[in-house]
Design a protein around this ligand. Structure first.
Ligand code: AAT
Length: 292
């Protein structure tokens, strides 16, 4: 049974489906928010699926989690307060932990069943929750942000699912306005921003909203994740007005942070060269999305 079969109709990518061979179903459940499935695949290790959409696999999660975390954190000098929205698997927390300057990490995940399932089946990711700097909040990320103290965070990382279920609000203008407010001057936001092959309109809309909301800079980066639709995924990087942020040339390179590259498990994907390279755009994207 392929998880792809019934998903040609997913509004995020109509007319296509990707399948992975299931060796064994390990967990199937329904939370208040979504259907949760964990299976052992034959080539990508264990896979976490929410509402029929692959969220991560053991083989390629490094490309997503390392990039979404270090793109923002290496772009500012000594980040201290960080907020993660979504990310209940813990993988982004695991990556943030590499940064010694960080003093406090808030995470707001809507679905506690994702956290429980991750602790049971994905210990290499949920290890992120063991960092004493982490404070877990279970709830809606948009609401959490609306109630945050102004100027509190150096960085906000939005590791959320696609905007078809509980994550719908996280791509709308009020959410970005709340994020900009919760960041300090010269603070940074990194938001999962879909695929340049499939969602040029959505990316274009996100960039125009962010250009209005973020008075510093707005950039788009992308990486390769074979098990996400079309095999790539992008990130929107924005900074608020204040000390300028040069996203393309990281001021806080990971290689210079003592012990960061090897902490708990070696970095598999991210390095400073990948960081800079991820901002290079194919010509059609620059044209269609109007990136700078
Ligand atoms: N790091 C794995 C990748 C993910 S997980 C996305 C998480 O966002 C899920 O655990 C989901 O429960 C959570 N989430 C969704 N909506 C909200 C919300 N409103 N507030 C807080 N958390 C939320 C993302 C994979 C991207 C897949 C790309 N196709």
């Amino acid at each position: 049974e392929g998880v792809g079969d019934v998903y040609y109709n997913n509004p995020m990518w109509p007319g296509e489906a990707h399948s992975l061979k299931v060796e064994k179903i390990l967990f199937k459940g329904k939370s208040k928010y979504q259907e949760i499935l964990v299976f052992e695949s034959s080539k990508y290790g264990k896979v976490l699926v929410l509402d029929g959409i692959v969220q991560l696999t053991e083989k390629d999660e490094c490309a997503y989690q390392e990039m979404i975390s270090h793109l923002p954190l290496c772009s500012i000098p000594s980040p201290k307060n960080v907020l993660v929205i979504g990310g209940g698997d813990g993988g982004v927390l695991r990556e943030i932990s590499r940064h010694k300057s960080v003093e406090h990490i808030d995470i707001c995940e809507i679905d506690d069943m994702v956290i429980e399932v991750s602790k049971k089946f994905f210990p290499e990711l949920s290890v992120g929750f063991e960092d004493p700097r982490v404070r877990l909040h279970v709830g809606d990320g948009a609401e959490f942000l609306r109630n945050s103290t102004e100027g509190k965070y150096d960085a906000i990382i939005v590791d959320s699912s696609d905007p078809v279920g509980p994550a719908q609000e996280l791509v709308e203008r009020p959410f970005f306005e709340a994020a900009a407010k919760a960041l300090r001057p010269g603070g940074v936001l990194c938001n999962m921003a879909e695929s340049m092959w499939l969602h040029t309109h959505l990316i274009k809309d996100l960039i125009s909203i962010c250009r209005i909301t973020f008075k510093g800079s707005v950039h788009y980066a992308w990486t390769s994740v074979p098990t996400y639709p079309s095999g790539v995924i992008g990130f929107l990087l924005c900074s608020t007005e204040g000390p300028p942020v040069d996203f393309l040339n990281p001021i806080n390179p990971i290689e210079k942070i003592e012990g960061a590259v090897d902490f708990r498990r070696e970095l598999r994907f991210y390095n400073s060269e990948m960081h800079t390279a991820s901002f290079a755009m194919p010509s059609f994207v620059t044209r269609e999305v109007n990136i700078l």
